[in-house]
Design a protein around this ligand. Structure first.
Ligand SMILES: [Zn+2]
Ligand SMILES: [Zn+2]
Length: 308
């Protein structure tokens, strides 16, 4: 089923790379707190506009961002749960599709995305292509601490129609699949050494574990020390082949690429291995020393053991 796919991982990782480039590690580290559903006061006496206002202000506060007036309107927007008007100076002007957004958890997930649009707009972070920009927004919201709000609106619904018929349905908000949100949440958990599971509802925690499983495979490519034995043997073979080639063989192209296996070798004064940081996707180059070394990514400051 589509909601179990991982087809946007390249775009997600390009978004995370963009966040590190533009915000830097120390600003990202300042988002160490998650916003969770129980933190929001939900009163039955509140009308929809008041609820939008109080939720949007709390989420904006998470971004340490001041917003002027909150202007909410409710209408049926085709193919969208909500839409924020980014041309409105300091005000937060949002349209909410009440056909799609029916519960307070839905509204939190939707506003997490829309307020993040405002934050990214004010910070000057965007991609030119609309879909890439929406993925950046979902990724930034999840990576910077709003992922529990977004994923907790995900649920698998089962409705008994009659004795012989059961109707199945799935609901979630965003441009990524629930398991892709789980993948970003797993990246955040690894970065901040935290565990989101106690804050996630049942279906959301399943999506998190599915995303975590995919993230863990990314640490099993060489030169990471956790690489599988077949991948390691292939790496040793490729390294020997790269080492045997002299720079004189290909002065204009010193790169021997195995990016399908997660790395490349480069020969200058010495043999180096190039690979992507599994945390921030920054490309790293380290000497192929033929021994175990501890590597610290200069961009995201994550550390891992590499058997180069
Ligand atoms: Zn959007
Ligand atoms: Zn990194």
């Amino acid at each position: 089923m589509a909601h179990y796919g991982f087809s946007h991982l390249d775009s997600i990782n390009a978004s995370i790379r963009m966040l590190y480039r533009k915000l830097g590690n120390s600003r990202i580290m300042s988002f160490n707190r998650d916003l969770n559903n129980p933190a929001f006061q939900i009163s039955s006496s509140q009308n929809q506009s008041n609820q939008v206002e109080s939720f949007a202000r709390a989420i904006a506060e998470h971004y340490r961002m001041s917003i002027g007036r909150v202007v909410a309107s409710f209408k049926d927007i085709p193919n969208k749960a909500a839409h924020v008007d980014l041309s409105a100076s300091s005000d937060f002007v949002v349209e909410v599709n009440t056909q799609a957004v029916q519960h307070s958890d839905d509204l939190l997930a939707v506003l997490a995305h829309e307020v993040t649009h405002t934050y990214l707009h004010r910070t000057g972070l965007h991609f030119s292509e609309t879909m890439e920009n929406e993925i950046l927004t979902d990724t930034a919201a999840t990576y910077l601490g709003l992922g529990n709000l977004i994923l907790n609106a995900y649920c698998e619904q089962k409705k008994r129609i009659d004795r012989n018929t059961t109707e199945f349905g799935t609901k979630w908000f965003g441009y990524l699949t629930p398991v892709e949100f789980g993948y970003i949440l797993a990246k955040r958990a690894k970065k901040f050494n935290c565990n989101p599971v106690p804050h996630l509802k049942r279906d959301a925690s399943y999506a998190f574990y599915a995303g975590l499983a995919v993230l863990q495979t990314e640490y099993r490519f060489p030169p990471f020390n956790g690489a599988t034995r077949p991948a390691r043997l292939r790496y040793l073979w490729n390294r020997r082949r790269a080492g045997n080639k002299s720079i004189a063989d290909r002065p204009s192209d010193p790169l021997l690429s195995y990016y399908d296996q997660g790395y490349a070798f480069e020969m200058h004064d010495q043999l180096s291995v190039i690979f992507k940081c599994p945390s921030c996707s920054q490309r790293l180059r380290i000497p192929a020393f033929r021994r175990l070394i501890s590597v610290r990514c200069p961009k995201c400051e994550c550390t891992y053991e590499c058997a180069t």
